[in-house]
Design a protein. Sequence first.
Lengths: 273, 216
Amino acid sequence: MTVEEVMREEEAAVAGPIETTDRYKVVIKEINAWFGRKQALKNINLNIKDKSVTAFIGPSGCGKTTLIRCLNRMHEMTPNARVDGQVLVDGADIYDKSIDPVVVKRRVGMVFQKPNPFPTMSISDNVAAGLKLNGIKDKNLIAEVVEESLKGAALWEEVRTELEKPGMSLSGGQQQRLCIARALAMQPEVLLMDEPTSALDPLASSKIEELVRSLKEHVTIVIVTHNMQQAARVSDFTAFMYLGEMIEYGATSQIFKNPEKELTERYISGKFG
Amino acid sequence: MARLLDIGLDRIRNLIMDMATLSEESVNAALESYEKGVMLRPQIFEYSEKLRILQLEVADFATELIARYQPVARDLRFIQSCMDVAYGFSRFGRYAYDISDVLEAIGAIPDCDKSYVIEMANTAKNMIKLSVESLKKLDKDTSKKLYMMDDSVDALYRSYLRFVLTPRDREYAYAEVRCFISALLILRYLERIADHACYISDCVHYIVTADSSPRR
């Protein structure tokens, strides 16, 4: 397949709000979010294709992190915060009263800006923490999942002989990959990454970026980033947000080469923000 | 506050405008040389060399801008197009030199009918001017007009070729052969110059619309 064909396919996959969720892993429908009386998100609609990387970009305070936190019901954990609208994962609304928020967080994992391994736990226990919390006690199974998750996070070769060392003994980049491994251990279908490389050096950042590209074979990834070039490098689709609104969404190649909206062009060209 | 990239964009724009001026001067000199029988080959060679060096400078500088600032959207299209436009201008210089080379090889041809070449030369000079104007103003619509002019240039070239190839009932005189050869070669270079003027306007169209209009 040529690059052009791939791009055409990507562009063809971009669409506005749709009624069916057949082609999309996540469908965001008319999401509004508030912190107290301040509205942080205004009527967001977005379709996220399965096994793709979608980047949220926009200036500070535009609502990127709020939106990503709405995708696994983390926003509502903030005092005085509320959400209105629907987020469908495989067609099921994660805000439906019948849905257990814990199950949502298992299906939709999250990696944060700063690596946050559990400080008192070993590397192995960090990865296995979610499994143990969910009542899994089979040591062989846990060891297997730990290895697979560390391999998935491209960390296994670096830590295989020191699994019992504290997670905090790793470098910043390794700690972030440990957090990714911890998220992968729960076998999420969607992985949310909120500025996952902002605290890392360039080499560690590029490892995370390579990891993002390889993980999308199995997982749908949504990444928030302030680094425009990172969005251009790792994502298939890009959504530009401003003042709580979704200004433009499209194939990354199109957004960075020929955005439709003047505001998007001004932002990605560094003329404001 | 101006972006650092803007300083670079201004510099590359100035380089391109310097090339535009030089390339117009080089083609004008070559055509004046043909019309008036003045030998300007060394001067035109100098123009052509300067254009070649400037083209390399534009390519180097464009690469540096991309590496340093990772421009996107219109900025990226502009830088990318500057490299193509610089190539176009360097071709103008090269064709001007080729024309002067033909004149040097053929020698003085004061008695030739130069009307075909002069007509096409005027169109080609206008096309260069228009392409440069479209670049200065970033006017995406000039390309349509240039392609129409290019059609007339092509038609003129073909018509002269047919004229030369038409069987006659007598042998050509040596002087006539020199006229035909010089005119045909120069018309061919002018035809290429016209093509490059169109390509430059294609670049402008691409900068403005992101749509790379397919060359015919």
